[in-house]
Design a protein around this ligand. Structure first.
Ligand SMILES: Cc1ncc(C[n+]2csc(CCOP(=O)(O)OP(=O)(O)O)c2C)c(N)n1
Length: 630
């Protein structure tokens, strides 16, 4: 069938098994082809083709509500809800979002990007439904990886207690991005192999019902029999003990099995956990055989060879630079321990893990736990390196405040993907960490201008023993600069002048330094001499340089690839104000007060006026007398 002609999922109701299977095949071919050009989350989506089709066939969306946890596996749902025609624009500026988006479709009832939120949101929706006396099925779909997140476990606890009607679909493919980890993973493994438990329970119930006039005593015995059967047949009864009816394991690629179990779940009162076994990457050999996580989300690739097309860069990836420098230091310092919340591949910790398997911990999607594990290690005079993406650090804020900063513990937080990240969009932009960390007592926050300074900063962080220290670094690769052989330490709170100038100064750090240098170059041609400062410590500021600049009474422009409120520019203004420089002329460039959507980073920077030309315009405005002279 023509996938582009799909307006809504109602057509599925009349399809027989053969037609559903043919449709699955077409959707797989469509995804493999489209994503080979745009890139995207190919593995997770190929795994849920039958599951998504079966759900849309058996429920009535949007009255029945699907909540896609993380949301990276919602492409099939997007196709079935009339968005196939937009796949050429997937994850591009103004194009189809890679995650559920309420503005895109009435079928997207919950927005995600960060994991493990679907069950809590589903609970809120179930409470609202019941208070309003409405009828609908609420169906969160959560992966075995996302289930390890603390929020999901908090929600299971609450849902089981309240006994709300809800069908939790557990999409178990044994993978997070990397292979899933943890004790819960073992619970699922035992359920997967328990096989026929649910059917056996059904059969027993059927038999019991056939016995006429079951008296109280017999019924009680029957309950006990059921209970012991449960223990007999299932090595882990985790979900039933939590108050859920456990259904499964269900073959997530068999329509017979899926439809039968979904129908049974719909009839069951109270919360149901439908345990569906799927294969990530199903139908595309390289993705199906992926044991590392390469095909979880990729850039464009060649379909015939399965080769991922990557821009070649001679410069190291920032994540590698940081993790490999920590690894080098770990050879000499046995106290160094690395922690990742489910991102060993993205954080390029594979090398560290293979060399120091006892000192590397993938804790699952558990950022809060990761931060406090780091704090616990630090109390014992170990040197924890918490490798975490800026966006996911948001989830561990209280742990950073309460467990790390307050007791002033020596934790090194490597803040990866700081700044705009591009295609993943609103939910993943790393633009808030400056504001939320700058306000914390004891925190040192820095960002290097290039990978050479980056390696020295890692060394600085590991040698620092006065409390928490964080280094932000961007997504992607360094600049390709020459690397010093010897690691140095950088004095805390020290900035450097990259280019001298008399008439104005630009204070910036990290990725926006080239923009500042370009602006200074252009302004030179207009007769304006602009100093460019590498303000590599965002906290503490270089107070002596700040005083010098403010005493010189030249206009200052701050530039940051981060949200303006409470950011670096705010720190500079606060400093000037607090030290009585009331006539100081300071302007700020950064991310305005709204969430930044998906798209190519350069395009996004242009959209929000974060460009060298805008810096030129700011400085020109602040130096009118120089313009006349020029
Ligand atoms: C809070 C948070 N931490 C980390 C991530 C990064 N992340 C995205 S998908 C994913 C794995 C999810 O695994 P699972 O739920 O099993 O889904 P699958 O991809 O296997 O279908 C991770 C760790 C995230 N999205 N949110």
């Amino acid at each position: 069938m023509d996938l582009l002609s799909i307006k809504d999922p109602s057509f599925l109701k009349n399809m027989n098994k053969q037609e559903l299977e043919a449709l699955s095949q077409e959707i797989r071919e469509f995804l493999i082809q489209k994503l080979s050009v745009t890139g995207g989350h190919i593995g997770p989506n190929l795994g849920v083709v039958e599951l998504t089709i079966a759900l849309h066939r058996e429920f009535n969306s949007p009255q029945d509500k699907f909540l896609w946890d993380v949301g990276h596996q919602s492409y099939v749902h997007k196709i079935l809800t009339g968005r196939a025609g937009q796949f050429d624009t997937l994850r591009q500026f103004k194009g189809l979002c890679g995650f559920p988006k309420m503005a895109e479709s009435e079928h997207d009832v919950w927005e995600t990007g960060h994991s493990s939120t679907s069950l809590s949101a589903a609970m809120g929706m179930a409470i609202a439904r019941d208070l309003k006396k409405e009828k609908s099925h609420i169906v969160p779909i959560i992966g075995d990886g996302a289930l390890t997140g603390g929020m999901a476990l908090e929600a299971l606890n609450h849902i089981g207690h309240e006994k709300k009607d809800m069908i939790v679909v557990l999409n178990d493919n044994e993978m997070s991005i990397a292979p899933n980890v943890g004790a819960l993973h073992n619970v699922l493994a035992s359920l997967r192999t328990a096989g026929k438990y649910n059917r056996a329970k059904d059969e027993l119930e059927y038999l019991l019902k056939k016995i006429p006039a079951v008296g109280g005593k017999l019924a009680a015995t029957a309950e006990r029999v059921k209970d012991s059967l449960k223990y007999l047949l299932v090595s882990g009864v985790f979900f039933e003990e939590l108050g859920f009816t456990y259904l499964g394991p269900v073959d997530g690629h068999s329509y017979d099995s899926l439809i039968e179990n979904i129908r049974y779940a719909k009839k069951t009162k109270g919360p149901v956990l439908l345990h569906v076994i799927t294969k990530k990457g199903k139908g595309f050999t390289p993705a199906e055989h992926d044991t590392v996580g390469t095909w979880h989300g990729t850039g464009p690739y060649k379909i015939d060879t399965g080769k991922i097309i990557k821009a070649v860069s001679k410069a190291p990836a920032w994540s590698s630079l940081v993790s490999e420098t920590v690894r080098t230091l770990a050879r000499k310092d046995e106290r160094i321990v690395a922690i990742t919340p489910a991102m060993p591949v993205g954080s390029k910790l594979e090398g560290f893990a293979s060399e120091f398997p006892d000192r590397m911990f993938d804790v699952g999607i558990a950022e809060q736990h990761a931060a406090t594990v780091a704090a616990g290690l630090a109390t014992q005079k170990m040197k924890p390196f918490l490798a975490i993406y800026s966006t996911f650090l948001q989830r561990a804020y209280d742990q950073v405040v309460h467990d790390i900063c307050r007791p002033n513990l020596n934790v090194f937080i490597g803040i990866d993907r700081a700044g705009l990240v591009g295609a993943d969009g609103e939910t993943h932009q790393g633009v808030f960490d400056i504001s939320f960390l700058r306000s914390l007592p004891n925190m040192v926050l820095m960002m290097p201008k290039d990978e050479n300074e980056g390696q020295h900063m890692v060394n600085t962080a590991i040698s620092y023993d006065d409390g928490p220290i964080a280094m932000r670094f961007p997504r992607g690769n360094g600049l390709g600069v020459e690397m010093d052989k010897e690691l140095k330490t950088i004095p805390i709170g020290s900035w450097e002048v990259l280019r001298p100038g008399r008439d104005a100064a630009i204070l910036t750090f990290g990725t926006t330094i080239p923009m500042a240098l370009e602006a200074a170059e252009k302004l030179e041609k207009h007769g304006v001499s602009v100093q460019v400062v590498n303000a590599r410590f965002i906290k503490p500021l270089d107070e002596s340089m700040m005083h010098d600049l403010l005493k010189a009474n030249i206009p200052l422009l701050t530039i940051e690839e981060a949200i303006l409120q409470g950011g670096f520019g705010s720190a500079v203004i606060e400093f000037a104000h607090d030290h009585g420089y009331h006539s100081a002329v300071i302007e700020r460039m950064g991310i305005p007060d709204h969430f930044i959507e998906h798209g190519n980073v350069d395009k996004l920077l242009e959209e929000i006026d974060l460009t060298a030309d805008q810096a030129v315009a700011h400085i020109k405005k602040m130096t009118p007398q120089k313009q006349k002279r020029a």
